[in-house]
Structure formats: C-alpha cells, structure tokens
Design a protein around this ligand. Structure first.
Ligand code: ROI
Length: 163
C-alpha cells in the first residue's frame, strides 16, 4: 500500500468539471481509494501565454497498484476525458501527473518519481500542501514546508468546488 499524490490540470472545456470528473474517476481505479482532494486553484499558464488560465488541484490516493499500473490508469482517465496531445506546453482538457508515491525514487522511460518540476511549481505545491501532512518529505528536494517558504505564489487564486 502506498500514498500517491496526483497533480491535475485543465484549461479547456469547463476546467472545474474536468477536475471533478477526474477526481471521481481516480476513486474508481482498481485497488485504490481517493483519500482527499485539494481545492481547485487558478493560475496563469506556465509556458506559452496565448492560452487560457489553468485550474489545478492535487489528489491524494491510497493505492496498492505498482507505479506503472497507476500511470496506465491515469492515462486511461486522460483518454476518456478527451485528452489529445497537440502542441508542447499547449492547452489541455485534462492532465494527470503522478507527482509522488511514498518515498519512492524512480527514473524510467515512462515515469520519473518524484515528478520533475514538482519543487518549482506553485500550482503544484500550494494544492499539495492542502492534502499532505505538514511534514511531507519530497525525495531529493526536502520538506514540503521548506519549498513552500521559498516559493512565490503570486498569481495563484484558491477557488471552491461549488459556486
Ligand atoms: N500552467 C499552469 N499554470 N498549470 C498547469 O497545469 C500547466 N500545465 C502545463 C503547462 C502548459 C506547461 N502550463 C501549465 O502542461
């Protein structure tokens, strides 16, 4: 059994609904249970600016799936929600990133754990802080709290699931 943190992002086709559907789908993955989900957070796009703002969230999943099986599950949810891989760093209906799985460090062709970039992205760290224990250690990066202390959260806005 492992605790996995999954980053969700969307900036197309009703992003709030995309995040809600994906969280519901995470709870139906085999040998897995959704424990918590963060608030949705709005942020300007990282990368090309000619696209809508993003909504991001982080889900905390308890799972008995091995990492690559979980990745398969995440990619099938992306497919079902109509994700098409077009422009690099372009807009997307739904993006599910496996951020962390317990204390696991893994480098393989399909998967890097922790997710590269986790430590620099406020749109990952702020929602992560809502669902993780305050003493969460991110392998290779140190304590979540220390990353938060050094982070610039300007431009991020916490929203609610229901209006
Ligand atoms: N920018 C933000 N703010 N949030 C994302 O989830 C996100 N995802 C991406 C790119 C296009 C790099 N920019 C993003 O894939």
């Amino acid at each position: 059994m492992a605790i996995a943190y999954i980053g969700l992002g969307s900036n197309l086709e009703d992003p709030l609904r995309q995040l809600e559907s994906a969280c519901a789908a995470l709870d139906t993955l085999p040998r897995s249970r959704l424990l918590r989900r963060s608030s949705p957070w709005r942020s300007p796009p990282m990368g090309p600016q000619d696209q809508p703002d993003f909504l991001n969230a982080v889900a905390c999943l308890k799972t008995e799936l091995p990492p690559l099986a979980l990745l398969d599950g995440l990619q099938s949810i992306e497919q079902r929600q109509g994700r098409v891989r077009e422009r690099h760093w372009g807009p997307r209906t739904i993006d599910l990133d496996l951020l962390l799985m317990g204390s696991l460090r893994l480098v393989s062709e399909r998967l890097h754990l922790p997710h590269p970039g986790i430590a620099e992205r406020a749109f990952v760290l702020l929602p992560l802080a809502e669902v993780a224990e305050s003493d969460l250690h991110i392998p290779g990066h140190g304590l979540l709290q220390e990353l938060l202390d050094g982070m610039d959260g300007t431009g991020l806005q916490r929203l609610a699931w229901t209006a």
